[in-house]
Design a protein around this ligand. Structure first.
Ligand code: GMT
Length: 382
């Protein structure tokens, strides 16, 4: 098939999923056209049957806000015509689903069929999408899509609860390439960071308030100061709460044992030296960063919210604690850092879960089958 993919190109789970999906589809012989404001950060090579089309946003004295959504729509129309796309798959509803639906209507006026699949990822449904300034268009563009997927059962339920949805939503969970994400021998790196054999706690996020990165620092300080554990904390990523987390580490007197590494790729090399992965998020529809850790054999300590329990099994491949329960999160991390036998069992379980349930080879065929179903359904209606 010839498939158009639109996503946010920046640091974020929906862009990662869209890009990895596109690369896997191209690997399976499909022709994939990425249409985005800039090249997605995980798309390092645009070769063979992968194409990238940048959306050019025109400024004009009259425009206080240049209308990106319309420029994206026009680019979709242009690529659909010239590359003869069989289907357009958009990730994150705002504004991509609305652009795609409008592009489909524009093309239909010229007798061209281009079914639209929308994948819902997170705050497009759980937060920002519910704002009255977006909700009517989000509702319309979901219902008008030819196919809709959600990355967890939780997200599917939330969509039905908060929007007037008249269409079926297919749950296709996120996935991981377990050949790329696996525990590697990074002893030299570990030695450099932990010269005295300290254990390693890792947090990876975009440091938005919803990620509760400061709680990771609080947990870490308790382990070091109250329990006297020899641990280092690595914080990967960047965003609005990074400076607050840095300040908290200084105030708690643990800054010397904390490293803020900023945005890093490949993250699997850092995960390869980790003993515990922390995800105390206030909202998470899936938790892709936790899956990346699990694939590298790192047990997860996370909040028991959203879609996380569909990924991390409490007491099997990590521990889930009530939201904002810093004592509980600390106790969970303490168990994993002090009980080697428990750690090994959970690390193995985490890796097995990633391989057996979320490996890319199991999930990408589900998207391919779904595309076929959507296309047949859309063509039979046309
Ligand atoms: O929804 C967001 O705010 C951002 C989005 C993203 O682009 O990173 O994250 C969501 O999608 C990811 C990929 O499907 C999920 O793994 C994240 O759990 C989800 N984030 C939230 O729900 C906060």
């Amino acid at each position: 098939m010839k498939i158009g993919i639109t996503c946010y190109p920046t640091y974020g789970g929906s862009g990662v999923v869209a890009t990895e999906l596109g690369k896997a589809l191209a690997n399976n012989g499909h022709e994939v056209h990425f249409i985005s404001s800039s090249i997605p950060f995980r798309l390092s090579h645009v070769t063979g049957n992968i194409f990238f089309h940048e959306v050019n946003v025109l400024s004009y004295p009259l425009f206080e806000y240049p209308p990106y959504t319309l420029s994206l729509t026009s680019k979709m129309v242009d690529i659909a015509k010239h590359a003869q796309l069989d289907l357009m798959h958009v990730h994150y509803a705002i504004p991509h689903a609305a652009s795609a639906v409008l592009a489909r209507q524009t093309l239909a006026a010229e007798g061209i069929h281009m079914p639209v699949v929308t994948t819902l990822h997170g705050t497009d449904i759980t937060l920002i999408g519910q704002d009255p300034s977006f909700a009517p268009v989000v509702t319309y563009s979901i219902n008008a899509s030819d196919g809709v997927t959600a990355v967890s059962d939780y997200l599917r339920r939330e969509t039905h609860e908060h929007f007037n949805i008249t269409t079926d939503i297919e749950v296709i969970p996120n996935f991981i390439d377990t050949d790329r994400f696996h525990r590697m021998d990074k002893e030299h790196f570990k030695q450099a960071l932990c010269p005295n054999g300290e254990k390693v706690m890792v947090h990876v996020s975009n440091f938005r308030p919803v990620k509760n990165a400061t709680q990771v620092v609080e947990v870490f300080a308790r382990l070091v100061k109250n329990d006297g554990l020899h641990v280092k904390l690595l914080l990967v990523g960047d965003g609005p709460d990074r400076s607050t987390a840095e300040r908290r580490a200084r105030d708690l007197g643990v800054y010397g044992d904390v490293r803020f590494l900023g945005k890093q790729d490949p993250v699997e090399e850092i995960l390869s030296i980790a003993d515990v992965f922390m995800m105390p998020s206030g909202s998470e529809t899936f938790g892709l960063a936790a899956l990346e850790a699990m694939a590298c054999g790192v047990p997860v300590v996370a909040s028991n919210i959203g879609g996380i329990p569909e990924l991390v099994r409490d007491g099997t491949d990590g521990f889930l604690n009530e939201l904002d329960d810093v004592d509980g999160l600390t106790a969970s991390a303490r168990k994993l850092l002090t009980d080697d036998a428990l750690h090994t069992t959970m690390a193995n379980a985490a890796r097995t879960r990633a391989e057996e349930t979320f490996d890319i080879s199991r999930i990408v065929p589900r998207y391919e089958a779904y595309y076929e179903t959507v296309r047949e359904r859309a063509l039979s209606k046309a």
